[in-house]
Design a protein around this ligand. Sequence first.
Ligand code: DX5
Ligand code: ZN
Length: 227
Amino acid sequence: MGRAAKIAPSILSADFARLGEEIRRVEAAGADLIHFDVMDGHFVPNLSIGLPVLESVRKITRLPLDAHLMIEEPGRYLEAFVKSGADSISIHAEVCPDLPEIARQIHALGIRAAVAVNPETPPDRVLAAAEHFDMILVMSVHPGFGGQSFIPETVSKLRVIREELDRRGLTLDVEIDGGIKLENIASVAAAGANVFVSGSGIFGQPDYAAIIAEMRDHLIDATVALR
Ligand code: DX5
Ligand code: ZN
């Protein structure tokens, strides 16, 4: 299908005491996006980083900033995230009753809109509104923490989503997030993902350039296997 594969390191697993250096290192190592996880202690049982950190990160990288809002009432914060430098915002389907409306609000702010789904949320919920979005984010762990194990049942959901998008002629990005490592990146690519979030899989490694290069090699193999 010619969809570009993008590697998106999640800075949740970076060393926050040296965040600027960590981001420069993954940028030099060939990352395509910076995945920025925002948690509110309500939608997920954890807190993470927010607007002031995003603003600082914006100043030190040219890479697109992919804000993943694991928060209730995300509509209240869209403008603030755009002002702080987000290039795309993912809101969760579980907390947005009117998906077309929130996509419209994000687009009105001039950035890309994505809809995220938790592992237990059926694919129909996002497919019903797919044409309003630029990307679907499929969670392959229960959101809230980095470093969890990939939930294998997610692969069939990815496949259902990509097949239905193809059937309808929609060329959205499909992002997979949670437990993505060298050993499973090819199988999620073969199931239809083309944006790969990896936190501990990259920041847990000594050589970011080597691990990103190896991930790309596995993706090429997966694409070849599809032909
Ligand atoms: C989980 C976050 C993920 C997480 C990924 O709630 O949305 O982006 O940081 O980290 P790993 O790759 O370690 O599962
Ligand atoms: Zn995330």
